[in-house]
Design a protein. Structure first.
Length: 300
């Protein structure tokens, strides 16, 4: 008998969202992703296990507080004016986040059971009933959560809650196929058709992603599919890049297309996690984005 996962790690549950599926959505962000997109605005989503983040300006510091330093079994924290975390020693035992009174150190990721998640989602059911809103499962990468993902979507349908999923498409098609049976909508990232650049900027080939999307279109022609492309400086910020994607999508059933503009809102999260920000400071100028956006108007 196949064992079904009863819990997985979630790094955020966002209520009242209007941008990640039809209507008002409750978004459940599952923790863990196989890709390492340089522009990722949620780096706390990448690891599959809980970790600490540290925001220095929230730290009470010396001499008022030294709780984190005193409890750390690895001696990874020292108190100067503020706490200093040595990431080479830190094992993410999470003891420091449990005692930090100002939440300067906090835990990113918490284990949730399906019932806990669905009870939270169901609290907003009054909003879903007035439109097409419901649950959106995001990440990280939901496909990496296999049986938990499918069980969660199945439970949502049993409770008559509309379902959507955001995915980078990099995962098992068996899982994607099983999940699609319980989805009303899928939001599917296609970042580039240039495999060399895709590997350079995300750490993964696009072959699995494109094959998965083709199979999804073949097997679920009636499923609503929104393809999204984040426009990233130096990666896919040319008209030819987007034309290649539009050509790939042409004649595929029930597909709409959306561009997402590059931003650096997540930059501070990398510092909090003790990681360098992988993108340079180059921004996406408005004229480039407008030129790219204009060609999408021809897509049907």
């Amino acid at each position: 008998m196949t064992k079904i996962m009863k819990e997985t790690y979630v790094f955020n549950i966002q209520r009242y969202s209007l941008h990640d599926g039809a209507g008002i959505r409750t978004i459940v962000f599952l923790k863990g992703c196989p890709m390492r997109c340089r522009w990722c605005c949620n780096p706390e989503s990448q690891k599959f296990t809980p970790e600490i983040s540290y925001t220095e300006n929230r730290c009470i510091g010396s001499p008022e507080c030294s709780l984190c330093q005193n409890i750390c079994p690895q001696n990874a924290i020292t108190i100067k004016e503020k706490a200093v975390v040595d990431r080479t020693l830190c094992t993410d035992c999470l003891l420091c986040s449990a005692v930090c009174p100002s939440k300067a150190i906090k835990t990113e990721g918490k284990a949730y059971a399906i019932e806990e998640i669905m009870d939270m989602v169901e609290r907003d059911s009054i909003f879903y009933s007035r439109g097409k809103g419901g649950l959106t499962v995001s990440g990280g990468e939901p496909l990496s959560h296999g049986k938990f993902l499918i069980s969660l979507l199945k439970e949502a349908k049993q409770r008559r809650i509309s379902t959507a999923m955001e995915t980078c498409g990099f995962g098992s098609y068996k899982i994607l196929n099983a999940a699609a049976h319980y989805l009303d909508e899928i939001l599917f990232d296609i970042k580039s058709l240039n495999d060399k650049k895709h590997i350079e900027y995300t750490g993964c080939s696009n072959e699995v992603i494109l094959n998965n999307f083709q199979k999804l279109c073949n097997d679920f022609p009636d499923l609503s599919k929104k393809v999204r492309t984040p426009i990233i400086p130096g990666f896919n910020d040319t008209v030819s890049d987007i034309k290649a994607i539009l050509e790939f999508l042409r004649d595929k059933p029930n597909v709409t297309y959306e561009l997402l503009k590059y931003h650096t809102f997540g930059k501070g999260k990398y510092k909090a996690l003790g990681r360098p920000y992988p993108m340079d400071s180059k921004s996406l100028d408005d004229k480039t984005y407008e030129d790219i956006f204009n060609i999408t108007k021809t897509y049907k």
